[in-house]
Design a protein around this ligand. Sequence first.
Ligand code: GDP
Length: 414
Amino acid sequence: MEIVILAVVIAVVALGAISGLVVSSRKKKQLPPAPPSSPSVTAPPAEPHVGEEAEPPSAEPRRTVEEVELPGAGAPVAEAEPEAPAAPAEPEAPAAPAVEVPEPTAGRLVRLRTRLSRSQNSLGKGLLTLLSREHLDEDTWEEIEDTLLTADVGVAPTQELVERLRERVKVLGTRTPEELRALLREELLTLIGTDADRSVHTEPGVGVNGEEKPGVVMVVGVNGTGKTTTTGKLARVLVADGKSVVLGAADTFRAAAADQLQTWGERVGARTVRGPEGGDPASIAFDAVKEGIAENADVVLIDTAGRLHTKTGLMDELGKVKRVVEKHGSVDEVLLVLDATTGQNGLVQARVFGEVVNITGIVLTKLDGTAKGGIVVAVQRELGVPVKLVGLGEGADDLAPFEPEAFVDALIGD
Ligand code: GDP
């Protein structure tokens, strides 16, 4: 009998000790400000929005349960649980980091028009000057042709344009500068195309399980073209348009890419899903879309690695990322990022990527640093896909939706 009583006393003391441990371990955890969240694939930035304090408390008790379960005692958990609300978390809520408000997207190209000054002088104004010559002899037409070729318009489009210009100038007879400008504007617009759908498709759809799925955009291209920067800038474009965005850092090839992307995301309050360095890009992309679905985001942007080691390697990697993401539902847009300053090289890249993955839109970066604005025409011809966005500088809001009219007006002046 005494032994039984002794055993009960020991049990009670032990119980008290364990629950005391649980409470103190919880208290210890709650004291430091904002504990880092789970070290798994998802490493979200400090979320500046409402409701974040709900997350740490809901994660903590779960960890406590696991700790308590280890010694094999289930009962104390029930006792420990009710004490959870006792720890007041409110006063510790960290001040939300300032989230930037990106500039509206409408009219960006107009704002950035002066950045095209190199293309402006050599392509637009160059052509106008040549066409204004009193005698349009063969040499002049050759110069016009050279101007177009030098600006990377491409051989076939150059010949088409020169032919059309020849015809129309003949019909026109005497030419006033205004007439010439109008004529050139019209012909350049025809060459670039005004009917294409240049919107970036980001509309939410229905996932494989019938749930609402965010619009999914994959950003592909050779490293160094400005892919990660463009993904970050695009997040800003979308946020500026009132959308919520989740970023997937699936460029695990370049060491700093994930940090870079996360920084872009934090600036506009977008969560970044990332994995270990050198991790599997497809699984990060998969998790990013999963996260997008879970937090009901409007759009998930996935930055990918663009190693042009071999075409099959690239095909395997990008193909796999796409296939794996499609387990959630459709990929709505595949944007190819090309550096406008690389000329023919860019066109070769376009060709290879076009064979590897179904490109739905082109982003031309660094148009601010080149006289070769004609690449817009050439690359569209090469891929049969429209240029949707253009990069005109390193500033956060220097990515503009591509508008043919504004572009041509910038080239030839109003
Ligand atoms: P990634 O390897 O393709 O992801 O390349 P990054 O995004 O890191 O960009 C490479 C460099 O290009 C960075 O220094 C960017 O700031 C720069 N860059 C990207 N877009 C533009 C642009 O439109 N204009 C200019 N001038 N620089 C750009």
